[in-house]
Design a protein around this ligand. Structure first.
Ligand SMILES: Nc1ncnc2c1ncn2[C@@H]1O[C@H](COP(=O)(O)OP(=O)(O)OP(=O)(O)O)[C@@H](O)[C@H]1O
Length: 293
């Protein structure tokens, strides 16, 4: 089967039922396309089928119905390694994805199967660690790193392998807000610089806000597909879609309770901050706006 040039991934009528799940399908008739260089967010409640979908894309599930095509290769047991070579995955718990004794070994691991000359391998590992700001940790044991540093090392593995597609399966959910922002900033840069196609499975609205398009999965079905602004305009329904209530929405609700009318629709933290400073500047008090690093 030949894939249309404009899609890097095509999923058609995909269904999967775990062997011990009796009649309940984890995925049921899911179809969607992903364009090269697109950032797609997949959201949905716990247990809605997001991770199952990610596993299916990476050839980790023996799905019985539907087709998955990645970079013009139809996924079958015979093509699974060709498909996997195009995809890098980063999972929620960084501790489950290390195989090397040191950070350097770990980043080199994926390259070892490619039979590159030793020097080229070293150069690529060093460049990847440099790219994610982890050079000085090259000889450290991965287990001794912080959560954010571990995810940076996982990202260095991606940089070294240079796949076309990166799947983040709740990869920022165990990080503190700063670690989450730093990781996302790095993914945004790689997405831009390397024309990387990104699929991010997330409950975090700020992470979903980075996407060109959001898919909403509910009980194994794809129930909605739209640009972030259209999805976020649905206000209270966001929680029904498995997205966490954003801090700015909580702040807006608290302000409203005190008789202050905040802007309508989803606001990023930065937009809300701008609005607050603007509102304060219009009062008699003249606040000094802090500068961010
Ligand atoms: N190994 C398994 N065996 C049996 N059922 C499973 C298995 N893994 C997941 N399931 C079931 O499949 C359904 C979809 O699970 P999945 O992990 O894909 O959801 P999810 O949307 O990723 O959830 P979360 O947001 O909690 O990570 C759920 O009903 C879950 O209980």
């Amino acid at each position: 089967m030949t894939q249309r040039m404009e899609n890097i991934i095509e999923v058609h009528n995909l269904a999967y039922r775990y062997p011990d799940a009796e009649q309940h399908a984890a995925l049921d008739g899911v179809s969607f396309d992903v364009h090269p260089g697109e950032w797609l967010a997949i959201v949905g409640h716990n247990g809605s089928g997001k991770s199952t979908l990610a596993k299916a894309l990476d050839g980790l599930l023996p799905f019985t119905q539907g087709t998955v095509t990645v970079g013009s290769i139809v996924l079958t047991p015979e093509t699974v390694w060709q498909v996997r070579a195009q995809i890098g995955m980063i999972f929620q718990n960084p501790d489950n994805q290390f195989v090397g004794a040191t950070v350097e070994d770990d980043v080199a691991f994926g390259l070892e199967n490619r039979q590159l000359p030793r020097d080229e391998m070293r150069t690529r590992v060093a460049a990847a660690l440099e790219r994610v700001g982890m050079t000085k940790f090259a000889n450290r044991a991965p287990s001794s790193l912080s959560g954010g540093q571990k995810q940076r090392v996982a990202l260095a593995g991606i940089v070294a392998m240079a796949p076309k597609i990166l799947i983040l399966d709740e990869a920022t959910s165990m990080l503190d807000p700063q670690g989450r922002q730093a990781m996302l900033a790095l993914v945004r840069e790689l997405h831009r610089e390397q024309h990387l196609t990104v699929i991010s499975i997330t409950h975090d609205i700020d992470e979903a806000a980075n996407a060109n398009r959001i898919l909403v999965i509910d009980d194994g079905h794809l129930i909605e597909e739209d640009v972030p602004a259209a999805i976020f305009a649905q206000g209270e329904r966001l929680m029904d879609m498995g997205l966490d209530v954003p801090f700015t929405a909580k702040l807006a609700a608290a302000l409203q309770q005190r008789g202050i009318t905040p802007p309508t629709g989803y606001q990023t933290t930065q937009e809300m901050e701008e609005w607050l400073w603007q509102s304060l500047s219009n009062t008699s008090a003249t606040p000094t706006k802090p500068t961010h690093p």
